[in-house]
Design a protein around this ligand. Structure first.
Ligand code: ATP
Ligand code: MG
Length: 241
């Protein structure tokens, strides 16, 4: 976990220690001032203000980059799977200080994470007791890199629909084919829907790996960002303004 937190899109771990007498673990984390994506959706849903598309692409790129780091590097031997990617475990903060108003999106809460080595040795159920059913993948409990990518797709659908869970959004059984093919909805570009749809293929073998996804999202955003409308910014929590 400490190694993973070296990446700029992963919540930094400052210190961690075990107190054997109390059988407890303490972890000191970087504080992300703007809070979680779940809290952000809550603020926007109250006033029904959609999130800006630029923010969607920034989130998509940055979390895909964090996943690429978890799955591939810095050394393959260190690869880990997160296994609990959801709105409440992705955080937003300012890039450097509150004077620099640009924001960063960071993956946090590695409580369900497992090393790829343990997964390969058949321990894939270990640590899943706190797993969140609303973000479950079709292949659950057989977990792989592709499952993290699938969950990132769900997070993006929730952001586009200002919904806390994907089943409650326009994804349920009753959804029309048009809605299923355009998961980002009509307010967002077709490119965003296509990138999200790619992550949410039924079979894990059809998902992009994090490396491919990261590059595809960067490329797609670069080609359309000039055409995206300027819309009001994110609604920030009072304490961080
Ligand atoms: N790095 C962070 N910066 C800011 N807030 C954080 C950070 N990490 C966690 N939090 C907030 O602290 C609270 C507790 O987080 P924690 O991950 O322990 O539990 P949880 O996310 O509520 O539970 P679970 O992950 O099991 O669903 C949450 O409200 C979360 O948004
Ligand atoms: Mg959490």
């Amino acid at each position: 976990m400490k190694q993973a937190s070296q990446h700029r899109n992963i919540v930094n771990i400052f210190d961690a220690f075990i107190i054997p007498r109390k059988m407890s673990v303490s972890i000191y984390l970087e504080y992300c001032k703007i809070g979680s994506l779940s809290a952000l959706i809550e603020r926007h849903a109250v006033v029904q203000r959609p999130l800006p598309e630029h923010f969607m692409w920034h989130t998509f790129q940055q979390i895909a980059s964090a996943l690429e780091f978890c799955h591939y590097g810095p050394r393959r031997t260190f690869a880990i799977l997160h296994r609990d990617i959801k709105l409440a475990n992705i955080f937003i903060t300012y890039r450097h200080s509150s004077r620099d108003r640009r924001i960063m999106v960071k993956l946090g809460d590695f409580r369900c994470a497992i090393s790829a080595q343990d997964r390969d040795n058949g321990h894939s159920r270990v640590g899943l007791s706190r797993y969140t059913p609303e973000f479950a993948t079709p292949e659950n409990p057989r977990y792989s890199d592709a499952s993290d990518v699938f969950q990132l797709g769900i997070v993006m659908v929730c952001l586009c629909n200002l919904s806390q869970t994907w089943r409650k959004s326009h994804e349920g059984r009753a959804a029309s084919k048009k809605q299923r093919n355009r998961p980002a909805g009509p307010k967002y570009s077709k490119g965003l829907s296509e990138a999200i749809q790619w992550c949410r293929q039924k079979y894990p073998r059809d998902h992009p790996d994090a490396y491919m996804l990261h590059r595809a999202v960067v490329g797609c955003y670069d080609s359309i960002k000039w055409s995206l409308p300027r819309v009001p910014d994110l609604i920030l929590p009072h304490r961080s303004r």
